[in-house]
Structures are given as structure tokens and as C-alpha cells.
Design a protein around this ligand. Sequence first.
Ligand code: PMP
Length: 420
Amino acid sequence: MSATTKPQTKATSFDAEALRADFPALQQDIYDDTPLVYLDNAATSQTPTAVIDRLEHFHSRENSNVHRGVHRLSQDATDEYESARESIATFIDAPNPEQVIFTRGTTEGLNLISSTFGELVVDEGDEILLTEMEHHSNIVPWQMLAEQVGAEIRVLPVSDRGELEMDRLGEFLTDDTALVAVTHVSNTLGTINPVGDLIDSAHAQDVPVVLDGAQSAPHMPVDVQALDADFFVFSGHKMFGPTGIGILYGKREHLEAMPPYHGGGDMIDEVSFEKSTYDGLPHKFEAGTPHIAGVVGLGTAAEYMMDLNWDAVQAHEDDVLAYATEQVQAIDGLRIVGTAPEKTSVLSFVFEDIHPYDAGTFLDRLGIAVRTGHHCTQPLVERYGLPGTIRASFAAYNTREDADRLVEGLRCVKQMLGDS
Ligand code: PMP
């Protein structure tokens, strides 16, 4: 399979029930024979048998270090590791696998960019433009950089219904803007941001754009070349892959100009006590023994996703979200947070008289896994004057029946914990 051509989707339709059968964790009963309804996919998705088997095979037959052994196992591990890189390059349409860097996840990818590229392009007096809906991992690394170099953080506001206030972009994207970092999809609101327009506007001023793809990579085909983002980062564990492994894609000219992030084995060309020189892409950014099993498992997760018919998957996910939204908003005293027309897979809401934590704990006893709190977007939930939200987040294997169980559970919550 070429690294630049997306494979033809093998499936012609999509059967969520059949997909669900691939995920052992979804088959379990919890709390005395209550079947699990898993609606915390924006935090971490479940793992299909294909990935579990791949990890098992790696550990039982291929486990060894990469890029350094002359022996057979090390060569096998290296081949599998590099072949996973090719699969990921195909998955995001990267022009070359060398531009796919393995990280621990989105958070590490963003820290890597801020500590290396950030230091190259952001100077004293410059501005870094973020948005009000960023995850903490796309806020804090930039604040650390801003503090270090004397730059300023600017924040593009979000509207009441959860859209970026694009008509105010001109106020925030100024002659002093050195870099824009924005999430493709909001993990708290589900809003799909108009990143194409943002990137065009930023590039018109020669400002590079970092895209946080943690919530988009699991739900839509991503083409980094069409997006023209300077960087795109995401995590394996939200797209059916293992935890502790993620991807940083970058434009070649940036990656080549950036200094290494970590020093150590595997990232060098030559080392002496006087001076060391560094390896080329992608190894310059992969110091030390990487999460080899994680990489191999993530490669399988990407192949698994590429085998799905994404038009059908998206239609299904949109249907479940629309169905759940309609049912949930009919519950008395419940308000949905995030009502942008362009949304995917996330349904956040609050009860007027029940704390999100209490509602989440009650739902858990009914076998329904949701997330409650600020979802690592504290400035965003504070903008809405909330202590947090209850968030149901869906994956391709969720169905209308899951939404029915959620609604049933919420009605119980209302009855048992509500004021009236
Ligand atoms: N950005 C967004 C939008 C996210 O949803 C998350 C995970 N909740 C992250 C960044 C951080 O991802 P990770 O914890 O895998 O590094």
C-alpha cells in the first residue's frame, strides 16, 4: 500500500452491531448483570480484537528493540514499527512517513511543538492565538512558552451555542500573531471548527497553524495535505488504538528546522563529548526506546479504521447524535451545552438542579459510562458559568439503543435526585 494513496474502503455499508461485536469490553455486564453502555469515547475509546490480537502477537513473537539489533527479532520489530508509520501516513494522507513522528499522545505532541518550533517562531512581544474551547493541553504548553519568551496569549471567543466567533477573527489575528493553535473538534461541545478558513486566514499572514486533532481523527477522514495545517497531532487511545501512543505530523520544512525535543539514543548521527550530531526525520524526534508495541497496535487500529466505509460511519454517528440530542433535550430541567450546527459525537448537558458529578455517579450505577466535570476545558465551562457538564460521547459502535439507555437513565436521575 503506498503511503500517499488512501486505500479503497473495503466495506460498502456499515453495520454498527457487527462492529460492536469486535470490541470485547462492550460485551460485559457490570454491577450485577447490567450491560455496559460505554459513552466516554471522547476520553478513551474501546479496543477491537484486531488490535488486542496484534499486541498479543507482538509480545509473544516479535518483542525486541528497534533500529539497533542485527538479530531476527529486532529486524522484525523494526519492520513492524516502520510499517505502522506507513499505515499512519496513509491514514492522514501525509506526503511521506518521515513526517509522522511517534509521541505519547496529543499532549506530548503539543509540548514537543511548543518547545521546539514555538521557540523558533515566537519572540518577545509576539502573540499566540488560541481559542476559548481549547483543551488544557493546547493551552498550558503555550502559556509556558509565552512566559519564557515574553509573548502574549490571545483567545478567540466562543459563542453561546459553541461556535468560534469567526467574524471577530480580525481582532485577534493581528500583525503580532506568531502562531495559531486550535482544536479541530471540541471535546466538550462536539463543535467541528472551520479550520480551513482559519488556516487560510493565518497563512495569508504567514502565520503557522497547529491543529489539535485528538477529537477529529477518530470521527472523520483526515487529509493533512488538503487541510494544509502546519502540524496535526492526535492520540491512539481515542481511535481504537492503545494508550500512551500518539502522532505528530508536521510539514517537512518545519520538522527539519526544529531542534530535537529529547536527547538520547536513536536520535543521533554521531556522539562525542565535544559535540553530537542528530539523525534525520523522523528519528530526530524519537529519542530512546519508543512504545514499540503501542506503535504496532496503533498501526493496526489505523488499518482497522481505513477498512470502514467512512461515509456510512459518519452517517451512522450523525444519526445517533441527532437521535440522542432529540431525546435528551426533551427531559425537563435539562439543558444541552453546545448546539452548533456542525457537530460530531459529543453531547454535553447540565441539569438545572443536579450537580453533574451526582448525575454521573448515578448513571454509573445503571451501567452507563459518561464523563462529568470540566473535561480539561476549564476556561470554556467557566465561560458558560458552569461547574462542569455531563458528557456522553459516542463512537461508531454506539447505537440508538445506547441513546435510549442513556435517556432512561437520565429520567431516573431526574426522578431520584431532582428537586421536584
Ligand atoms: N486535545 C483534545 C481536544 C482532547 O480531547 C484531548 C483528550 N481529552 C487531548 C487534547 C489530550 O489528549 P491525550 O490525553 O491523549 O494526550
